[in-house]
Design a protein around this ligand. Structure first.
Ligand code: NAD
Length: 419
């Protein structure tokens, strides 16, 4: 057997996707090179005294990928597996995401290698403030605007904003998004990623004549994005959530899982596993079950060439970043599975973050209804543009989304005289 080992390094995958899309549009090789590396990578070391007196050092990153279209934007992950390649990939995807949905921002991403589940509230606050102190010259409302991502939340954003404002000596709410509403956060930000993904699912379902009422949905990762997607799909479209999972395992009930009950169970026991009336499965088994919509909403590389052929969903809606490898993409496309690619599907979060920045500049705040109406417009247009571009180039939706994004970023770089 001469089986080639599949590339699973996230940054190399992002470069391969970019390369494939560049080939499709005949992009100049040197422009591809300019787009394939970040503008700046900052590595920091945070040393702090823990509650028990022990001294610990944490490594952190901020990667600023491309600023041609505006201030850079991207979340901060706190995770034991955080690494430089991942931060670079995520910052690239942020660049393509903002361009694809046409908001005037560039791309960035940050993270700290740590396990927040092992830290006290006091230690979390110290870590948040230290991170911003180290980066205070490199972030700002007109430079680079962080936000929450895996294992960070509005409270952590509030501490970071407070630290930044203390350093610069004035209010600057638009330095960070995903803040609590009481501190200038936007209405609807918490559910925005899921809401945006659901607008795309609604459009994809229309395209294939799938009635979402009672449609069978499986969600991998029952965190912020995944649990809100479950509730909204169930409450607004009448979908039947038949399977969900988290890092500890998966649960299944073909009659349907009540999303709120699952959330309460997870909050009580820290996992969806053991939920009443469900059968336990592994995360791998969950992905291969018969369903209409499959939503990866956890981490990268969960659909690979090993399992792509076994995916039975009609629509794969990628709320997670980087869940599907390029090899798997080809298999899904060949099998007629509609993939809503990550940087389109999960762009609801950054779109409402952008609304939060605008509201912060003006200190004038919108109602949730206004937020969702604007979000629907952005997501529906981006979905239609992507599908049309994919058709024009006879390619899959991911390449369609990449082509739109590349064209916009390259145009901005040209207008600035960079290339
Ligand atoms: P989160 O920390 O709230 O939730 C992550 C969930 O995934 C948790 O339930 C965790 O238990 C689960 N998980 C972790 N490892 C797993 C594994 N191996 N198998 C199955 N489940 C696992 O994070 P989130 O904010 O919901 O982000 C999830 C994904 O969505 C990430 O890829 C993130 O980058 C992406 N995303 C989130 C947002 C947002 O606004 N929250 C925006 C854009 C993209």
């Amino acid at each position: 057997m001469n089986e080639q080992v599949e590339e699973l390094d996230p940054f190399k995958i992002s470069q391969k996707q970019l390369y494939n899309a560049s080939k499709l549009i005949g992009l100049d090789e040197n422009i591809y090179k300019a787009l394939s590396e970040p503008e700046k990578i900052i590595t920091i070391k945070i040393t702090m005294k823990m509650d028990n007196g022990e001294i610990k050092t944490f490594k952190g990153f901020r990667c600023q990928y491309n600023s041609a279209r505006g201030p850079m934007k991207g979340g901060i992950r706190w995770h034991p597996d955080e690494n430089e390649s991942l931060v670079k990939a995520l910052s690239a995807w942020m660049t393509w995401k903002c361009a694809c949905v046409s908001i005037p921002l560039g791309g960035a991403k940050g993270g700290i290698i740590c396990n927040p589940k092992e830290l006290s509230e006091n230690e979390l606050q110290k870590l948040a403030r230290n991170y911003i102190r180290k980066l205070s010259g490199d972030v700002g409302p007109n430079i680079d605007v962080p936000a929450p991502d895996v294992y960070t939340n509005p409270q952590i954003m509030a501490w970071m904003m407070d630290e930044y404002e203390t350093i610069i000596g004035e209010h600057a709410p638009s330095v960070i998004t995903g803040k609590p509403v009481e501190l200038g956060g936007s209405e609807g930000r918490g559910v925005a990623t899921a809401k945006g993904g659901n607008y795309c699912i609604r459009e994809a379902a229309k395209d294939i004549g799938l009635d979402l009422k009672d449609a069978k949905v499986i969600i991998q990762g029952y965190g912020n994005a995944g649990s809100y997607a479950a509730s909204l799909l169930h409450n607004e479209y009448g979908c039947r959530i038949i399977g969900i999972s988290d890092s500890k395992g998966a649960v299944f009930n073909k009659e349907g899982i009540e999303p709120l009950k699952a959330l309460e169970h997870k909050q009580k026991t820290s996992s969806v596993v053991g939920l009443d009336g469900t059968q336990q499965l592994t995360n791998e088994e969950l992905l291969e079950l018969e369903c209409d919509v499959l939503i990866p909403a956890a981490l990268e590389n969960v659909i690979t060439k090993k399992n792509a052929g076994s995916i039975k969903a009609k629509i794969v809606a990628e709320l997670a970043n980087g869940p599907t490898t390029p090899d798997a993409d080809e298999i899904l496309y060949k099998n007629g599975v509609i993939v809503i690619p990550d940087f389109l599907c999960n762009a609801g979060g950054v779109s409402v973050s952008y609304f939060e920045m605008v509201q912060g500049y003006y200190l004038h705040f919108w109602s949730e209804k206004e937020v969702f109406a604007s979000l629907d417009k952005i997501m529906t247009k981006a979905y239609r543009d992507t599908v049309n571009k994919a058709k024009e180039y006879n390619t899959n939706n991911r390449m369609g989304a990449y082509i739109i994004a590349i064209e916009r970023v390259v145009n901005a770089m040209k207008l600035r005289g960079w290339i």
